[in-house]
Design a protein around this ligand. Sequence first.
Ligand code: SAM
Length: 296
Amino acid sequence: MSKEHPPQKHVPVLLDATLARLDPQQGENYLDLTVGFGGHASQVLERTGNYTESVLVDRDEYAIQHVSSLKTKGARLMHTDFLTAARQLTEEGKAFNLILVDLGVSSPQLDQGERGFSFTRNGPLDMRMDRRQETSAADLIENASISELAQIIHDYGEEPYMNAKHIAEQIVANRPFKDTESLAAVIAASSRGRWKRIHPATRTFQALRIAVNDELGQVEALLPLLPKLLKPGGRVGVISFHSLEDRLVKRYFKDQFEAGFEAELMPLTKKPIAGATEDVHNPRSRSAKLRVAVKK
Ligand SMILES: C[S@@+](CC[C@H](N)C(=O)[O-])C[C@H]1O[C@@H](n2cnc3c(N)ncnc32)[C@H](O)[C@@H]1O
């Protein structure tokens, strides 16, 4: 870990709005599917006081270690991806009053250069949230074709297709890369036009991270399991940071609403609550969107 850049504290996004909408009550049990640094979890659990029937999940070992004090108070910790955890908890017949899914990465993950998520903190091309996973960003970059990389950069990075293809060609021509800085330098050199608001490698790094961790596949498969994991009257909140994630959540909640009598969930937020409305000083919140639903 770089001494010049100690990892920043993770500031929970949309904390007030999440607490207001989930409305935790004394005695209710809680499932946090992305516990991270426990910012939301510690506030929810303080209000419910029910540690022993609550479950905290993260696929990042560093995050799981960080919330060990909540385990000491009785919460169950699961070091696995949320889809695996949700399937296991469903099989165990567990159900919860409150569920939170706060997607994406945490500030400490981005700040640890050795995790390879960032080009401003140089490190190996890793990007795995769970370091037990086989495929890292280096493997993906080494083995993907130009068209596969272009598709990833276009779909998950939302780069215009011609830019994405050009970046992919340059990546393939210059691979292998020794670290995140050298990859970012090639992307910057291959970028057309002047830098605008963000560094030209930002979108490609986001795209590679989403692909390495199959982030959208995880969300899509998790959504239909949520009603099974909620008790009647239970509330679930999903905070997303990427338009494709939010689209999956929005569509699922809308389909539920339109299913009429067969719907298991009722959306509590017609429109998402935007992070910018609450946390003007936290740059991570700018793209955050919270949607909440209740089990019928
Ligand atoms: C935005 S942070 C959560 C922050 C947390 N709410 C807090 O207040 O500290 C997202 C966390 O979710 C984890 N994560 C992302 N996708 C995951 C998945 N599919 N399964 C399990 N954990 C995941 C990341 O490792 C990260 O720790």
